[in-house]
Every structure is written in C-alpha cells, then in structure tokens.
Design a binder for this molecule. Structure first.
Ligand code: GTP
Ligand code: MG
Length: 181
C-alpha cells in the first residue's frame, strides 16, 4: 500500500486457470465491455480504477495474469507488495475450482507476505450465466466451504458477460485490500 497525496494505491493480483474469465472480468469492470472471443493473456498487465471507499480516494491497480502454464514466469518480485489476491474459477469447470488450492499456495509462496494466515484473498466464481446455470458443477455451498477452510475468504459470483455482480465483487476486493494497510 502506497499513499500519494492522500490517494491510496492498492495492488491487486488476479490469478486462476486459463479461460475462467480473469481478463473479461477486468474489462467489464474498467471498460464496460465484453469480448466473446478468447485471447490468451501473455505475461501480465495492469489496469487501474479510481474509486472512493468511505470517502477515501483509492486507486485499484489490478494485475491480470496468464492462466496458461507456458506463460507462468512472473517471479516473486511481481507478487511482492500485493494488497490483495483475487482467485477466479469458472463455476462450470470443476478443474478450475480444484486448482484453487495450487493458486492459493503458489501466491503465498511467491508473495511471501508478513502474515500469510491473514493475507487478504477474495474468491470469484465466474460464468454464472452459462446455459442458465444448467452446466454448473460447483455449488455456492462448496465454494463457501472452501473459503471457510482458508480463513473465511469473501466469495462473489459473477458473470463478466452479462455484467452481473462485477462492480460489487471488485468493491469487495477494494475493501479487503484496504485491510492490508
Ligand atoms: P487466460 O488469459 O488464458 O488466463 O484466460 P482468462 O482467465 O483471462 O479468460 P478470458 O477472460 O480470456 O475468457 C475466456 C473465455 O471465456 C472468453 O471466450 C470469454 O468471452 C469467455 N467468458 C469470460 N467470462 C465469461 C462469462 O461470465 N460468461 C460467459 N458465458 N463467457 C465468459
Ligand atoms: Mg486473460
């Protein structure tokens, strides 16, 4: 966390399997647009969003990362100084849920935060719109249980495509990141 002229800069890292919708969530949140076509993220890039939390001006610096294995090479310098880690899975894809343990562990290993037990994470279950929920394989109950097992991580469900709950989820992220001050 950095303060520049009273504006708080919060560094947020978004992780999760390839194709779960990390880039789509950020594009919907920051630019209000959605692209059906999949274009893999290579390496990492950030977008910023300015908002107010309890009248406090905050800049969210949201780092989008590559889910594809062959592009994993960010290194620990990249994760250091993060104020929050957002884990994303696809509610229609069991493997993307099961891999959350690895992403969680890998983040803590790389970022090496001062207090790993209390480091702010947020979980997002994305693509709730697909086939009206008929292809869903991970229940919200199961997701919430997982969050509980990791020290009560806040959980949000979204559709980046239909812009459902995206603003709320990132607002939750900003609140959580602020706790890392
Ligand atoms: P990597 O960059 O490879 O790590 O993938 P990613 O997690 O950034 O996924 P991305 O945002 O590129 O989305 C993958 C595909 O899923 C794209 O074709 C998106 O259009 C689609 N998609 C993303 N979010 C949603 C959603 O909420 N609903 C539906 N139906 N499709 C989505
Ligand atoms: Mg991407």
């Amino acid at each position: 966390m950095n303060s520049l002229k009273n504006r708080t800069l919060l560094k947020v890292i978004v992780l999760g399997d390839s194709g779960v919708g990390k880039t789509s969530l950020m594009n919907q949140y920051v630019y209000k647009r959605f692209n059906r076509q999949y274009k893999a993220t290579i390496g990492a890039d950030f977008v910023t969003k300015e908002l107010h939390i309890e009248e406090k001006p905050v800049t969210l610096q949201i780092w989008d990362t590559a889910g594809q294995e062959r592009f994993h090479s960010l290194g620990s310098a990249f994760y250091r100084g993060a104020d929050c880690c957002v884990l994303v899975y696809d509610v229609n894809n069991l493997k993307s849920f099961e891999t959350l343990n690895n992403w969680h562990m890998e983040f803590l290993k790389q970022a090496n935060p001062f207090e790993p037990e209390t480091f702010p994470f947020v979980l997002i279950g994305n693509k709730t719109d697909v086939d009206g929920g008929n292809t869903r394989v991970v229940s919200d109950k199961r997701a919430i249980e997982w969050c509980g097992s990791k020290g009560n991580i806040p959980y949000h469900e979204t559709s980046a495509k239909e812009d459902i709950n995206v603003d709320e989820a990132f607002l939750g992220v900003a609140h959580k990141a602020l706790t890392n001050e």
